[in-house]
Design a protein around this ligand. Structure first.
Ligand code: PXP
Length: 236
């Protein structure tokens, strides 16, 4: 069974929408953990639109399971990660106006900065993962940069408009996963996964971790967070 990382950003989105103290993402993280989440994932965005620095600090102190911090590859964020020390850091691209992370990080283009940043975090005991598109050259560069893991962006698979496109995108995800594993990387996947499209990706044995957020928090409105996490865990 693959590891399930539950992304709780959108609990914080709801809180920030009104500037209230509820719903509390830390409480959500603890509940998700009790329901079987193997890790809690949060994306601390540069514009702090949902998760706040204090949420990350509190989660790190409260969770028994692992905390995976998604963040942009900037000097500010690297310093913050070094300070808070989550178990793992996933480097993602970030555009201020985007609704959500729109594509993988171009690790070929960013190789100079990444080569400096990755060891800084690894030396402090954090595992580093790079969120990349299912592209062979990106996977090879992730390996060359010494990252511990890759997270394959499943957005195009999730948005496929017909069965042919779905199969084509699924194949790209599978090929990237196979190569990642061959190169000795820990292979995760995520983005846009929900209760209908996760099963097919979960059949790819090389993928050993999924990070899923929006669909779980949305389903939680109807069945509660614990049931939403348990149902997704079954699919993984
Ligand atoms: N993995 C990464 C690296 C992400 O940036 C996101 C979105 O923040 C997710 C997983 C979760 O995506 P979704 O909310 O679509 O499940």
């Amino acid at each position: 069974m693959a590891k399930l990382g539950v992304n709780i950003d959108h609990v914080a989105t709801l809180r920030q929408a009104r500037g209230t103290r509820y719903p509390d993402p830390v409480a959500a993280g603890l509940l998700a953990e009790q329901a079987g989440a193997d890790q809690i994932t949060v994306h601390l965005r540069e514009d702090r639109r949902h998760i706040q620095d204090e949420d990350v600090r509190l989660l790190k102190r409260s969770l028994q399971c692992e905390l995976n911090l998604e963040m942009a590859a900037t000097e500010e964020m690297v310093q913050l990660a070094i300070h808070i020390q989550p178990n793992s850091v996933t480097l993602v691209p970030e555009k201020r106006k985007e609704l959500t992370t729109e594509g993988g990080l171009d690790v070929i283009r960013a190789h100079k900065t990444l080569r400096q940043q990755i060891p800084l975090m690894q030396q402090k005991g954090m595992r580093v993962s790079l969120f990349i598109d299912p592209n062979m050259e990106q996977v090879k560069m992730a390996r060359e940069l010494g990252s511990d893991a890759i997270e394959i962006h499943t957005g195009l698979y999730a948005e496929a408009k017909n069965p042919e496109e779905t199969q084509r995108e699924l194949l790209r995800v599978r090929q990237a996963a196979v190569l990642g594993k061959e190169l000795g990387l820990w292979v995760a996947a995520g983005h846009g996964l929900h209760y209908q499209n996760t099963r097919l990706v979960a059949e790819i044995a090389e993928i050993v971790e999924f990070n899923i957020g929006h669909a779980i928090v949305a389903r939680a409105l109807f069945v509660g967070l614990s049931a939403a996490v348990r149902e997704m865990k079954q699919l993984c």
